[in-house]
Design a protein around this ligand. Sequence first.
Ligand SMILES: Nc1ncnc2c1ncn2[C@@H]1O[C@H](COP(=O)(O)OP(=O)(O)OP(=O)(O)O)[C@@H](O)[C@H]1O
Length: 240
Amino acid sequence: MTPPPGITLAGDYALGGAPLFRANLHLRAGEWTCLLGRSGTGKTTILRLLLGLPTGGHFAGQIAATDGASLQNRVSYMAQSDLLLPWLNVLDNVCIGARLRGTIPDRARAAELLRRVGLSGAAHHMPRQLSGGMRQRAALARTLCEDRPVVLLDEPFSALDAGTRADMQDLAAQALAGRTVLLVTHDPAEAARLAHQIVLLSPQGTAVWPTAPQSPPRAIDAPDTIASQSRLLAHLRCAA
Ligand SMILES: Nc1ncnc2c1ncn2[C@@H]1O[C@H](COP(=O)(O)OP(=O)(O)OP(=O)(O)O)[C@@H](O)[C@H]1O
């Protein structure tokens, strides 16, 4: 894996000719940035711009990695929908990246990731046999299997029960340590736990929000984590 770069996305985005947001976002190299904002402000759009995917609108600005190299083939993405292929079993879905590239999948690594997300017993099940939370865990395993220096996650833990969510947050924090991660979330507790940097997106622009002093992942019940989460929630409620 090449060293994870920092990434800057700065510019104006318009939809149907109307401005949607102005972004000045810097993802620090090897750190987790959590992006929060009201529904429809453009968080997923920012992920799609970073991926070079169509968005339906127009972006005038620049997207650049700090090492000057293209982001192509350096990014893995977990979308809001799990995008599991219905005709492949769970293990083959986790290996799909290698299959699409025409390389030999590392099935042992995929099986180990399935074990870590608690899906060993479902490796040979078809996606239709899984619950929503199980599908989300399978999609997380697929994302982790890609082993890319930059990882974009769009509400990856939203379908999980509270206990599994905390476990998957720990797993992702450990598995993606040292990578440049952008996590879109609506959950202030998740951001307070996982972020090196919290960024809020609104029609007025992007704003950096303070994090607790400890390095992530922070203990759920640490007073600083709870205080950080409460302040963020209060702010988001006021901004709503
Ligand atoms: N392909 C598209 N074509 C046209 N408009 C789109 C397209 N995709 C998204 N939009 C619009 O762009 C705006 C921003 O959408 P986006 O999904 O980025 O918001 P979001 O902040 O991620 O929302 P949420 O929190 O609900 O997921 C919305 O008004 C949405 O309807």
